[in-house]
Design a protein around this ligand. Structure first.
Ligand code: COI
Length: 350
């Protein structure tokens, strides 16, 4: 593995951070990890002061959208040790996305090493309050300057860090979208590609204008099978069974999703990954068997769903989410080391 060089910022901006009032996604730490892909290999991995990355107007990512990203969080345990949650899963998913988008894979050992060194260097930026974390954003984009439709020959892989305060989740409202779609079989739905999010912005703004928080995506052909939510995977509890849409190539392989499935099964719940339609959820709401609905994602954690708007009316969900709350508590406790990490998910950034 290539040696990672570290150049430290002359002056830290940490003293400007108000740990009790951290605006989401707006504050960035002093350093970033950056690595260049040139001549068929990843070169010059380095940690350096965060700065603007020069953008030539012909930068290919701007034109053809070869851009992928990951979302992760670093937390502190009670001894102040920074912990990463299942970083191997993010490294693998980044490379899955890279493959789908015709981009080079990034060495997983270098991903782990770069991430650990960066998080260790920036550990004093991790907010200590329960529920807080330092959000980590690894991403890769085509930075060759070229007009023409082909895979780029040069790329950048970068990790930036952004402290995030505790997320007090209000129950959220979703709108089941039937006009626009997120993913169709053979497309890029399973990749964490920037373009998937770009195409979601207009429908999301439309949903927000109607008073909803996020879009609930349905399948591309019949507009009835539930896929996922704007920034989350989704779970339902219906008559005791916990159901989440199965991975048919159209939904993101969420790391919180897979962890919640493991935790729920460990707690003795039956969890089924299977196709589920919006009509099944509506019927369950009407006959009283829809017990809970919740979303899972790195940024948001676990979000309790209050209602789902459809063109035909509103699907109401119970006001209480005991199972989702319990699994949320367990997940958060694992992340700060206050309960046993029996799945060995946490990796110290040391
Ligand atoms: C995350 O939850 O970390 C994501 O990557 C979703 C993002 C669009 C906020």
């Amino acid at each position: 593995m290539k040696n990672i060089t570290i150049t430290k910022a002359e002056q830290s901006k940490l003293s400007e951070l108000d740990f009790d009032n951290i605006p989401l996604g707006k504050i960035f730490t002093d350093h970033m990890f950056i690595c260049d892909y040139e001549d068929g290999e990843w070169q010059n991995p380095r940690i350096e002061p965060i700065k603007e990355i020069g953008t030539h107007p012909a930068t290919m990512a701007l034109h053809y959208g070869q851009a992928i990203f990951e979302g992760m969080k670093a937390t502190l345990d009670s001894n102040g040790i920074p912990l990463l949650f299942r970083p191997d899963k993010n490294a693998a998913r980044l490379n899955f996305s890279a493959d789908r988008m015709g981009m080079p894979s990034f060495p997983e050992d270098l991903f782990a090493e770069g991430l650990k060194k960066l998080v260790k260097l920036e550990s004093s930026w991790i907010p200590p309050q329960e529920g807080s974390a330092m959000y980590l954003r690894p991403f890769m984009y085509a930075d060759e300057h070229f007009i023409g439709m082909r895979a780029a020959t040069s790329y950048k892989f970068i990790i930036i860090c952004s402290p995030a305060g505790p997320y007090f989740s209000e129950r959220i409202k979703l709108f089941a979208e039937k006009k626009y779609i997120r993913a169709a079989t053979g497309g890029t739905g399973e990749a964490k590609a920037a373009g998937n999010y770009a195409a979601a912005i207009k429908p999301t703004e439309n949903a927000k204008a109607k008073g909803y928080n996020q879009v609930l995506w349905l399948d591309a052909f019949e507009h009835k099978y539930i896929q996922e939510v704007g920034t989350m995977n989704i779970f339902f509890k219906i008559a005791g069974e916990i159901i989440t849409p199965f991975r048919d190539g159209n939904i993101l392989d969420g790391i919180t999703r897979m962890s919640v499935i493991d935790l729920l099964r460990d707690k003795g719940f039956e969890v089924t990954e299977r196709p589920i339609t919006i009509d099944e959820v509506k019927e369950a709401s009407e006959n009283g068997s829809l017990e809970e609905a919740f979303g899972t994602g790195t940024a948001i954690g676990i979000a309790y769903i209050q209602e789902i708007g459809t063109d035909e009316g509103t699907i109401h969900v119970s006001d209480e989410s005991p199972v989702a709350e319990d699994v949320n508590d367990t997940l958060n406790s694992i992340k700060i080391g206050t309960i046993e990490d029996k799945f060995s998910w946490m990796v110290p950034a040391e």
